[in-house]
Design a protein. Structure first.
Length: 208
């Protein structure tokens, strides 16, 4: 069964509280999303494997470490884009893919409309980003589409998650660990996370 990691760092709790506020401007929302993602990035990458390498300091030759397995960041469009810069600032060598989904109005099933991934995706640790894990339908579908293209090791990183969405992803992908900045109470009748923060995409891109 996949593991759920709920962040317990005081800075993350403080910044998520600010992120929730309806008074937070688009500029501040973007900056907070970046800062929270940066802090979460340390947790989501703490088990990256290392290889020992030689390095020469100004004084002596010594042993050091380099990340052995390369990383790919795959945001779920469009809101997931708001978390990418933080991860690439931590891992500048990471490649970035993109996946876009929409929901078919008749079947209500997620449909992929765009997917562009690194050609060596099967060799990389994949971090899928999406600020809100609500019903989990889109996240579960996106992960499956990425698996279908060869990815073998995937983590899902979200700023806020609802229990319903977490269960849906865990049921569909028991091999995918989930990282959330905060675990909220529930979904309302419209599928929004409560207390949540509204529509993350609209608040990131100013399309309220």
């Amino acid at each position: 069964m996949s593991k759920l990691f709920v962040m317990d760092h005081p800075l993350i709790k403080h910044k998520i509280t600010m992120l929730r506020s309806k008074e937070t401007s688009v500029k501040d929302f973007r900056e907070l999303a970046y800062e929270i993602s940066l802090l979460m990035g340390y947790e989501a990458t703490k088990d990256l494997t290392l290889e020992e390498i030689d390095v020469e300091t100004p004084l002596v030759k010594t042993k050091g470490y380099a990340i052995e397995k390369q990383v790919a960041i795959v945001p779920i469009l469009r809101a997931g884009l708001g978390m990418v810069d933080a991860f690439t600032s931590l891992i500048p060598a990471a490649k970035v893919g993109h996946i876009g989904l929409y929901r078919d109005h008749e079947t209500l099933q997620p449909v992929e409309y765009y997917c562009k991934l690194p050609t060596d995706i099967e060799k990389r640790q994949v971090l899928v980003t999406d600020p809100m894990l609500a019903t989990g339908g889109s996240a579960a579908a996106a992960i499956q589409f990425i698996k279908d293209r060869g990815a073998k090791k995937i983590k899902l990183v979200c700023l806020i998650g609802a229990p319903e969405g977490i269960k849906a992803v865990q049921d569909a992908h028991p091999d995918v660990d989930i990282y959330v900045g905060a675990l909220d109470e529930k979904l309302n009748e419209n599928g929004y996370i409560v207390p949540g923060l509204g529509d993350a995409g609209d608040r990131l891109f100013g399309t309220l």
